[in-house]
Design a binder for this molecule. Structure first.
Ligand code: TRP
Length: 331
């Protein structure tokens, strides 16, 4: 199993419920690799002085959330050179046309104009394919928004295997069914995913938020006009605000949002229970985070051991792929 997360610094509730919580749960299912994808962060403008702390902060949160260095391999993408090396071989496998069809590229390039978009933004999905294929991953837990990139990864693996002989395992997307945290939306803009780049900071709950802040953000979450006794209904299309609250509470409680809706008639009690549930979910993670931050040497040594293990596996796959395309391996 392989998965990756962007080095956005502080973890938010959407990251936790949609991804990291499942990584923690699955970390002992065979050999598992979890990666902070710091090279992917270079595909868009950013401040170099912020990247390093944001990367280490994200790694610290992953440990605080329960990734166990004895149960999985946690590492930084840039510390394993095979990721960029395999990317070249896969860039010579992918076509311009298929990369141009990636909706994430289209969206992001459209925002600032394609002319000035970084070439790395265009080839982003190829680096992601290299991440996955280096570890012979058969399961890749990703959010719904990464489905197209995973389909491309599968296509590149199949094409490479057909052209050069069996080299890569063709991975499967492990996308959770609805109601399992893969649709956590912004509390202020419930049609957008909860994200760090949200326009309103009130729409995103960070794991570092104190209880008062969490309560305030939940209380001010937009709902839809209260239309009487059955105002609390799960219907993401016509009632995106309240459906998101139900989705979050259901995800914390391990239930279906439709079932949670049955417990409430008004928004007030739903919000109160939601705030309490989120606070008790994040409290132990916050405590663990503070512990890890007091020992930055411990985080570095986890990452060092992780990069070493990842490198051992990745260099074997890279050699197999280099050999297959006809490169002369160092003797
Ligand atoms: N692109 C993913 C995202 O934005 C992060 C990522 C990079 C990833 N490489 C990966 C996820 C490999 C899964 C597997 O969420």
């Amino acid at each position: 199993m392989f998965s990756g997360i962007q080095p956005t610094g502080d973890l938010h509730l959407g990251n936790l419920l949609g991804a990291v919580r499942w990584w923690v749960e699955d970390q002992r299912q065979g050999e598992t690799f979890y990666c902070v994808v710091d090279l992917h962060a270079l595909t868009e403008p950013g401040d170099p002085a912020e990247l390093r702390p944001a990367t280490l902060t994200m790694a610290t949160w992953l440990l605080a959330a329960g990734l166990d260095p004895d149960g999985c391999t946690l590492f930084l993408q840039s510390q394993v050179p095979a990721h960029t090396q395999l990317t070249w071989l896969l860039e010579c496998t992918a076509s311009m046309g298929e990369l141009r069809r990636m909706t994430q590229f289209k969206d992001k390039a459209a925002r600032h104009g394609e002319e000035s978009a970084r070439v790395g933004l265009f080839t982003y999905p190829v680096l992601m394919a290299a991440d996955i294929l280096l570890y012979d991953a058969d399961q890749v837990p990703v959010g719904d928004d990464q489905r197209q990139h995973l389909e491309l990864t599968r296509e590149l693996a199949r094409r490479f295997n057909a052209r050069y002989g069996p080299t890569f395992v063709v991975p499967e997307a492990a996308i959770r069914p609805p109601g399992r945290g893969n649709r956590i939306m912004d509390l202020q803009e419930p049609n957008d995913k909860m994200s760090k780049s949200s326009v309103s900071p009130q729409g995103t709950i960070y794991l570092l938020d104190d209880p008062v802040t969490i309560e305030r953000k939940v209380k001010r979450a937009v709902t839809d006009p209260d239309d009487g006794p059955d105002a609390v209904r799960y219907d993401p299309v016509t009632k995106p605000g309240v459906s998101n609250l139900l989705e979050i509470l259901a995800s914390v409680q391990g239930r279906r949002p439709q079932d949670v809706a049955g417990d409430y008639t008004r928004y007030g009690p739903l919000k109160a229970d939601l705030a309490a549930a989120v606070i008790s979910l994040v409290e132990p993670i916050q405590a663990a985070y503070l512990k890890w931050t007091q020992d930055p040497g411990a985080v570095s040594s986890v990452l060092r051991a992780g990069a070493e293990r990842a490198d051992q596996v990745a260099r074997v796959t890279l050699a197999r792929a280099s050999d297959a395309v006809g490169l002369v391996l160092p003797s």
